[in-house]
Structures are given as C-alpha cells and as structure tokens.
Design a protein. Structure first.
Length: 260
C-alpha cells in the first residue's frame, strides 16, 4: 500500500510523458474554444479564406499526382510487391502528411501577417496584456512575417529532404512514415509557436531552445494538429485554432519557455 501511494504521488517517467503529450494536444482543443470568444471572429476571415483557396489547389494537385507517387515508392514489381498490402496504409498516411504539410507551409507563408496579429489579440484576450512586439496592423507584419516563414521553411527542407529519401531505401522504408510523422509533429509545433514567441521578440534559434524544454508537450501539440489536418472541413479551421492554441501554450508556460 505504501509503495502504491508513493507511486501515485511521484508519477513514473512514462506517466509524465503521457501527461505531457496529452497536455500538448489539449492546447489545440483550447485553441478551438478560444476562437469562439467575442472580438476574435473578425481576425479569422482572411486566414480561413486563405486556407480554403490553398487547400483546394493542393487537393487538386494531390489527387492528380497520387498515382505517380505510389507507383514510384510502392512498385507493383520487386520484393516490395509481396508486402505492398501491409505498406499501403503507411504510405497513404505519409502521402497525406506530405500533402497537408505542404498546405500548412503555403497557407502560413501567405497568412503569416494575419497570424501574428491573431496571436497578439488572443494573448490580450487571455492575459489582458499586449505583447511587447505585437504588430499594430497586419500590414506592418508582412515583411517580418514572410522572412520568419522562409527561415522555418529552410529549417524544414534541410531535415525533410533526407527523411523523404528514406522512402527510397529498401528496409528503411518501413520506418520512414513513422519518422516523418514525428518530424511533422515537432515542426508543426514550432511553426505555430513562432507567432506568440515572435510577438515577444524571440528569435528562431531561441524558440528552438525553449521548445526543447517542453519537447513532449510540443510533440503532443503538433501531433494534435496533424490529426486535425486529416479531418475534412475541420482542417480548414486548424490554422487559426493552432495559432490560438499556441498562444495559450505560451501564456501557460511562459516562465519555462523564456531564456534563462
């Protein structure tokens, strides 16, 4: 009895990891709830319109190119043909993640000025304070926002290209979808946490260091975004909800995420 009481007071490493992942996922759900607050709806119209247009474009391209993708990475002939039926679901998931992540990059590149402003308005709604470097108007954040997205795009490409090459290596192909999913979750967290953190003057390198202190929660947050992106209709609202959720994440963990 005494041992079990101590274990309940001092959770194991596995329990702490589970709590961290679930807490991270919870911030995305919190983001959807925050968006219903009065005064925020007018900041959602342009991001939602951007999402609809970009998603329609990439959906058309994705459907058109899906056959070529699977014929290239899962050929009908060769040793992979014997386990094609097992690998098919994994490669479908990987293809969807690639497609939806391309959607995220393009939508955020276009919507960066609006997302920074939305993060500032959400933080003010949650804390009553305006971030120190919040944009006063979406137009004021066009150049900084696009430059920030390009830095993140470079970070993404340097790591994504080697991961995509793993799909071409026999045997390693089996692990490639899982590695891609983990990387996508991490980068999506970094993508959206950038908005509230940049509003406080944090540079990209500093953001990386701080998020590593909450790595499991960040992976849970990014994993939740990944799952929501796979749900039709809901995925159109994921971008503003993720911005709001990332801002809630920042507000609740600011002391731990700031430089020491």
């Amino acid at each position: 009895m005494k041992r079990s009481l101590n274990e309940s007071v001092n959770p194991t490493a596995g329990e702490r990891e589970s709590v961290g992942l679930l807490k991270g996922m919870g911030y995305l759900l919190e983001g959807f709830r925050i968006l219903r607050k009065p005064g925020l709806k007018r900041y959602l119209l342009l991001p939602l319109a951007i999402n609809v247009l970009v998603f329609a474009l990439l959906a058309w391209v994705g459907i058109d190119q899906s056959g070529a993708f699977f014929d290239r990475f899962l050929p009908q002939n060769g040793w992979l043909s014997y386990i094609r039926w097992i690998l098919w679901p994994l490669f479908v998931l990987a293809y969807l993640l690639i497609l939806f992540y391309s959607f995220t990059i393009l939508a955020n590149l276009i919507g960066a000025p609006f997302n920074g402003l939305l993060a500032a308005k959400v933080e003010r709604s949650l804390t009553g304070e305006i971030p120190s470097q919040a944009p006063g108007h979406w137009a004021a954040d066009i150049i900084p926002g696009i430059l920030s997205e390009l830095r993140k795009l470079l970070y993404f490409l340097v790591r994504a290209i080697p991961l995509l090459l793993l799909f071409l290596i026999p045997g390693v192909q089996l692990a490639a979808p899982l590695l891609w999913a983990l990387f996508a979750a991490w980068f999506l967290a970094l993508e959206y946490m950038d908005y509230p953190m940049s509003n406080h003057g944090m540079a990209f390198g500093s953001q990386l260091r701080q998020l590593k202190r909450r790595r499991l929660a960040a992976l849970g947050f990014g994993g939740g975004i990944t799952l929501m992106m796979l749900i039709p209709v809901i995925n159109l609202a994921v971008m503003p909800a993720a911005v709001a959720g990332a801002t809630a994440f920042w507000c609740n963990n600011r002391k731990a995420l700031e430089d020491r």
